[in-house]
Design a protein around this ligand. Structure first.
Ligand SMILES: O=C(O)CCC(=O)C(=O)O
Ligand SMILES: [Fe+2]
Length: 228
């Protein structure tokens, strides 16, 4: 993805909060420091987000893989140019729309996790006037063999108009040699690698944070949610 793409405006979380200081009291899941970081660096990490049920979520995720329901991903609906495993080597399933309704029966614990992630959106709506009413949810597996995803933005003019990306990792016993870090490219030219360890949540501004998935050498599972 070329860095010349036209950017959509980023969201000013702290600005919206400071216009309504009373709303600071509505913060339960995010701290003011975290909202400042979402405006500043553009991302935050929340470890131990869901607790020990991460192992059940992982098992539920693997069942989609074993049933052959994870399919090669497509990037950019407007062009086939990105639909190529040199760009992106994960296999995915969308869990919104009709599949979302089946989740309660098929993957009850993942369903609970999805609700917990959605409560973050509701809090941002209430406290920071995010006014987000549309989400997309995707379960993805990078099945080892150096599968990766090149540097990109999740949202830009002409693409999906996402505002917030939430990634939840479910890789128990992750080791450095498993690879698959999420590499963030900072505006000062340096990088920051996020290890995709179990029960870690990463939240970032979809319109600002350039990122890539480094080659993965074992099965690497993540649940991605986008707030529009
Ligand atoms: O799984 C990850 O860490 C990131 C995946 C990603 O960047 C995407 O699906 O847009
Ligand atoms: Fe991404």
């Amino acid at each position: 993805m070329s860095k010349d793409i036209e950017l959509l405006p980023a969201y000013d979380f702290r600005g919206h909060l400071s216009k309504n200081p009373n709303y600071a009291r509505k913060l339960r899941k995010f701290s003011i420091n975290e909202l400042e970081a979402l405006d500043g660096d553009g991302w935050i990490i929340k470890d131990n987000f869901f607790g020990q049920d991460v192992s059940v979520v992982r098992t539920e995720a693997e069942s989609y893989y074993q049933e052959g329901r994870l399919q090669s991903s497509e990037m950019g609906q407007h062009t086939g140019a990105w639909n190529d495993n040199k760009t992106r080597g994960d296999v995915i399933i969308w869990l919104n729309g009709d599949r979302r309704n089946a989740l309660e029966e098929k993957s009850p614990i993942m369903n609970k996790l999805i609700q917990k992630i959605d409560s973050l959106r509701k809090e941002l709506n209430e406290a920071c006037e995010l006014d987000s009413h549309h989400t997309q949810i995707q379960l993805a597996c990078y099945p080892g063999s150096a599968t990766h995803y090149v540097t990109h933005l999740d949202s830009y003019v002409g693409g999906a108009r996402r505002r917030v990306t939430v990634l939840y990792y479910m890789n128990l016993g992750w080791k450095p040699e498993d690879g698959g870090c999420l590499r963030i490219h900072k505006s000062d030219g340096t990088t920051f690698d996020v290890e995709p360890i179990a029960d870690r949540l990463l939240v970032f501004q979809s319109r600002r944070v350039w990122h890539e998935v480094l080659p993965s050498y074992s099965h690497r599972y993540a649940l991605a949610t986008w707030f529009y």
